[in-house]
Design a protein. Structure first.
Length: 145
């Protein structure tokens, strides 16, 4: 049995062109706002990861199973159904801080390491920025460069 190929990798596709090509105006505008938030927090220019994830920075991981790879430290995808933000998922000793922010965020859904927002107007963007900052800080603690 061969090693599975990781499909989500950094590419040379232009982030600006990707955002400009989003057909829905509101989704395109929301993507630009979320990009500006990530740029402020990370201090990094984004790269495309796979066909639809806009990512900032990278880290190497190894699962208990031995599977390893590289992924963006922070990122989002302006998907048709919802803006998907990729967050750390488990905030370790800062979970109560994350829970309090999520309680104040506004209309959203979550999964293990994703935050789904249908419309940026439905959330408090300042709280969203605090969540992205918290996730970035925890990622950098967990995976120091």
């Amino acid at each position: 049995m061969g090693k599975a190929e990781i499909k989500t990798k950094a590419t040379d596709v232009s982030v600006a062109e990707f955002i400009a090509a989003i057909p829905e105006v509101r989704r395109r505008e929301d993507a630009a706002v979320v990009d500006a938030i990530h740029r402020r927090i990370t201090g990094l220019a984004p790269k495309m990861w796979g066909p639809s994830i806009i990512g900032y920075g990278s880290y190497d991981y190894v699962y208990d199973s031995g599977r390893s790879g590289t992924m963006c430290r922070a990122g989002y995808s302006p998907r048709k159904g919802a803006m998907t933000l990729y967050l750390v998922g488990h905030y370790q000793n800062r979970q109560s801080e994350a829970d309090a922010l999520l309680a104040r965020l506004g209309k959203h859904k979550t999964s293990k390491a994703c935050l789904y927002i249908n419309n940026l107007a439905d959330v408090d963007v300042a709280v969203l920025e605090q969540l992205v900052t918290l996730s970035w800080d925890v990622m950098n603690e967990r995976y120091p460069e």
